[in-house]
Design a binder for this molecule. Structure first.
Ligand code: 13P
Length: 448
């Protein structure tokens, strides 16, 4: 017969409610003898385990616990083992609650992320399209235009920056992080250092940047960053790709990065991007691959004890290859939602889609269509780079007299996507029509 449940031990002062659970809830590895026949304490005495589920208070902190009292017939053999529902990593992490608050704030309804973390090399390519040189002054001016746009904070809750930008200031000497915070926008930082080919594969890549990452995260936190981003690129086609090497390598990299970021107070944006690329692969194929990739990523996140309430996911929407006609938003939304439902735990606060080459209007319409399916466990929102910046940059073109008009375009695009996040977008779009905004994969250096 099961022994009565004992009082909570003295070091767990506070309310602990007792719910005896059926024996089948025990973990065999913990409680069963090797021969599988009986439960026993260290002295070999058989007995029954009991369970307590509830909250315990340690100092001012409360923990949800599943406490297993292993009670042997004689009281002096009382064994108490604690199994915390939270991992050691979460329990010992001084940032645990802050991470959850930051992630929930960024994923709040009606808001999304402005991705402005292009490396200096990629920014240079973008500036070149409007005839500007890739100088630090031009990069600084471009980012100042974005971050100081009046009203941006009504629609944007976070912005991802490149390292150079995180430490820059406006022309008037106000730090970028401060003008962002004033708008209610959380500063974030890209922490990966770009892509390298995986040897023996056909153009598949691994993301670099784990070396020294802890130290960098501490510096970024001290400068005001509260979230981070790491982009993993998965090549897809109709037959061979991705390889399991690529999926495993990238899932591992994302998980280890997420662990280091959380250990240092930064909410990790976990970005497994199944890249929109050439070919006639179907939307079903992208859905299937994305589901596999996401599932591997969460398997690895679990292996590294990542606090799921303290991350944000940044996946691709589900689109077919570029040789297939662009599907209507309803179809994209149907496959995208199915993929997320199948592969993303409900504890994740926000799914922030990348625009990944969609035109500015396409990105808004697809996001809007995604909301038609009713409440979801996570918010379905945006973390757009190209879909917020392309026409804004064209309007500015480096000319002072276009500054205000460019800022107005940025805010109009952000507002359209904010409405789409709420499922209330009706148009017309600030940048109607438009073509896809594609870019070639860049290897080496500090990535996108
Ligand atoms: P796009 O929206 O341009 O795809 O960029 C988002 C991003 O940050 C990808 O890493």
């Amino acid at each position: 017969m099961a022994a009565p449940i004992a009082a909570p031990p003295a070091n767990l002062q506070g309310a602990v409610s007792s719910i005896p659970l059926p024996r089948s809830c025990t973990s065999d590895r913990l409680w069963r003898n090797r021969d599988g026949s009986q439960y026993s304490d260290r002295n070999g005495k058989s007995d029954q385990p009991n369970f307590i589920l509830g909250s315990a208070f340690l100092g001012t902190k409360s923990f949800n616990i599943l406490q297993i009292l292993h009670i042997s017939p004689s009281l002096h053999n009382l064994r108490i083992r604690h199994i915390f529902m939270t991992s050691e990593f979460e329990r010992r992490n001084p940032y645990s609650e802050e991470l959850k608050r930051t992630a929930a704030y960024i994923a709040q309804p009606g808001k999304g992320i402005l991705a402005s973390d292009e490396s200096n090399a990629t920014t240079g390519k973008r500036l070149a399209t409007v005839g500007l040189d890739n100088t630090e002054a031009n990069r600084q001016a471009w980012r100042e235009l974005l971050y100081s746009a009046p009203g941006l904070g009504n629609y944007i809750s976070g912005t991802i920056m490149f390292e150079e930008t995180l430490f820059q200031s406006t022309r008037d000497g106000v730090q970028f992080v401060d003008i962002l915070k004033k708008q209610g926008i959380v500063p974030g930082i890209k922490v990966d250092t770009g892509l390298q080919p995986i040897d023996g594969t056909d153009g598949e890549t691994a993301t670099q940047g784990l070396d020294g990452l802890g130290e960098r995260c501490r510096r970024y936190y001290a400068q005001g960053a509260r979230f981070a981003k790491w982009r993993a690129v998965i090549k897809v086609d109709s037959e061979k790709h991705p390889s399991s090497t690529s999926i495993l390598e990238n899932a591992h990299g994302l998980a280890r990065y997420a662990q280091i970021a959380q250990a240092n107070g930064l909410v990790p944006i976990v970005e497994p991007e199944v890249t929109l690329g050439p070919g006639d692969y179907s939307i079903e194929r992208t859905a299937y691959i994305s589901e596999k990739v996401n599932s591997h990523v969460f398997r690895f996140l679990n292996e590294y004890n990542i606090i799921l309430e303290g991350i944000l996911l940044k996946p691709n929407m589900i689109l077919p290859g570029l040789d297939v006609p662009t599907p209507p938003p309803e179809e994209v939304a149907k496959y995208t939602l199915r993929t997320m439902m199948r592969s993303v735990p409900g504890a994740v606060p926000g799914i922030h889609f990348l625009s990944g080459g969609m035109s500015e209007e396409e990105a808004t319409l697809n996001l809007n269509a995604l909301q038609a399916y009713g409440p979801t466990p996570w918010s379905l929102t945006f973390s757009y780079g190209r879909a917020l910046q392309s026409s804004t940059l064209k309007i500015w073109s480096g000319k002072e007299e276009n500054w205000k008009a460019a800022q107005e375009r940025l805010v109009a695009l952000a507002r359209a996507n904010s409405e789409a996040q709420l499922g209330k977008y009706t148009g017309p779009h600030p940048s109607p029509g438009g073509t896809r905004i594609l870019q070639t994969l860049r290897l080496g250096g500090a990535g996108k």
